[in-house]
Design a binder for this molecule. Structure first.
Ligand SMILES: *Cc1c(COP(=O)(O)O)cnc(C)c1O
Length: 395
């Protein structure tokens, strides 16, 4: 917890919990350090789906070169929150209407995910008389066992994302046809895996750049932009272990040295915002069940689905509260470990399982860390109709 968050949490009244607290100064400091670690020639985009709160998007303005959006909703939302910022519009299954809106905006690059989408885009640019920059999103088998464990693979296996390598030549032929005269092919996009360490990320980037170079040579075209995606590792078992942006930036500089004129782009989400958010709540009850102890906190996975979605224990700190308003004994953890569960009527509503929290008592506060990405916005808010958490943004 940053000092600013600690003092804010201490000052919150019980009626203000649960609450998400975001430290925007810490976010800006982190993003500036990431930016500083990247060489010239590498553009940093933020993948808005990790956390699209307008305050987060605005805090990153000026520190990132643009934003990656993956739906028409995100396109409109991000354009409104940070007017004028360049956008990269990706995602499978873009509707004709979403494509029409993207074509109508300035400074939007489209990441094309299929041949049909390319045709829709070409037709729309012709209709509106607008030129559009495009990157082809490819699903290449570049992530393999030599890179170490891959927590979540979007590419290199059958998925709904991007173009199969076998379909790329057809798209390039289409792009060279009069039908696509308003489309400017700028380069290649790939977002192949999530959770890669810097060495694995660099290996993927290098393979992607090599593949793109060969493709450009074979077709005698220029492909000056390579977007290597996001997926920089975030380790929830160790909040202090951060993705080494210096190693990554140094490696990207080496790649750029070999390919003058290349523009590399990265679009991390989680690794930018995960560390700037906390989900703060209070223990409602502590109970024993068949030999194990459970602390039931106010809220749960309908506010922060992250640990359920990923199957991890969300890291947390306990802030003891000494006042106990009732005349009866205060329920408290008596054994070595406890499971932190939420208020939902499902055994899946668990935020951390069999974790040490000696002496945790009802009415103590629990501050879950690393809740700044894929937390509130991926949760099923309406399930069971509990109240929504508050949100506080520390400037
Ligand atoms: C989700 C996503 C990202 C961001 O991934 P992180 O794991 O949050 O860094 C980047 N690019 C695309 C295309 C995505 O779908």
């Amino acid at each position: 917890m940053t000092p600013a968050v600690r003092s804010l949490v201490a000052a919150l009244g019980p009626g203000e919990l649960p609450v998400y607290v975001y430290d925007l100064a810490a976010l800006r400091e982190h993003a500036a350090a990431v930016r500083a670690a990247l060489p010239d020639g590498v553009e940093l985009y933020y993948a808005a789906k990790a956390n699209p709160e307008p305050e987060i998007l605005t805090a990153l303005a000026g520190l990132v070169c643009g934003y990656e959006v993956s739906s028409g909703g995100e396109l409109a939302h991000v354009r409104k929150a940070v007017p004028g910022a360049p956008l990269a519009f990706g995602g499978p299954g873009k509707t004709a209407d979403e494509i029409a809106r993207a074509v109508g905006l300035d400074a939007v690059r489209v990441h094309v995910e299929s041949e049909h989408e390319l045709r829709l885009l070409a037709a729309e640019t012709a209709r509106q008389g607008q030129d559009v920059d495009v990157l082809l999103r490819v699903n290449l088998p570049l992530v393999d066992g030599t890179l170490g464990p891959v927590p979540l693979a979007m590419g290199g296996r059958p998925t709904a994302f991007g173009l199969d390598p076998a379909g790329i030549d057809a798209c390039l032929a289409l792009l060279a046809s009069p039908e696509c005269r308003r489309l400017r092919l700028c380069g290649i996009h790939a977002h192949l895996a999530s959770g890669l360490d810097p060495t694995a990320q660099l290996a993927v980037a290098e393979r992607l750049v090599d593949w793109t170079t060969r493709l450009a040579e074979r077709h005698r075209i220029r492909l000056d932009e390579v977007n290597v995606g996001g997926g920089m590792a975030v380790d929830y078992t160790d909040p202090a272990a951060r993705f080494d942006w210096t190693v990554f930036g140094t490696g990207l500089a080496r790649i750029l040295c070999r390919r003058p004129g290349l523009r590399l782009r990265i679009e991390p989400g989680r690794a930018l915002t995960a560390y700037c958010g906390w989900y703060v709540t209070v223990v409602l009850d502590v109970k024993r069940s068949h030999g194990e102890e459970f602390a039931v906190v106010r809220g749960g996975t309908h506010h922060m689905r992250t640990p359920a979605a990923r199957g991890h224990d969300q890291p947390f700190t306990v802030l003891p509260v000494e006042t106990w308003p009732h005349p009866w004994p205060r329920p408290a953890v008596t054994t070595d470990t406890v499971t932190l569960a939420g208020q939902l009527c499902t055994p899946k509503d668990v935020l951390a399982r069999r974790v040490p929290a000696a002496g945790l008592r009802a009415a103590d506060r629990v501050v879950f860390a690393m809740a700044g990405a894929y937390a509130w916005n991926i949760s099923h808010h309406s399930f069971l109709m509990h109240p929504r958490p508050g949100a506080q943004f520390l400037a």
